[in-house]
Design a protein around this ligand. Structure first.
Ligand SMILES: [Zn+2]
Length: 67
């Protein structure tokens, strides 16, 4: 059995797909992880999520976000 990591939980929340299925890591998750690395995502200082650009992402915890 594969233990679910924080990243896997994040993937499932973000995509509504399973990161682990039948005791195995899914292809969808692997692809997503690879893509994520290529995009050089950064961690948002407000919400802690990995985002492309935390100054422009619509952060739920950043109060000054507008439009
Ligand atoms: Zn954020």
């Amino acid at each position: 059995m594969v233990k679910k990591t924080e990243l896997m939980k994040e993937f499932e929340e973000e995509t509504d797909q399973h990161a682990v299925w039948g005791g195995k890591v899914t292809k969808a998750f692997k692809e997503w992880k690879k893509e994520r690395r290529l995009k050089k995502l950064v961690i948002c200082p407000w919400c802690g999520k990995r985002v492309k650009n935390y100054t422009t992402h619509q952060c739920s915890r950043r109060r000054r976000w507008k439009g």
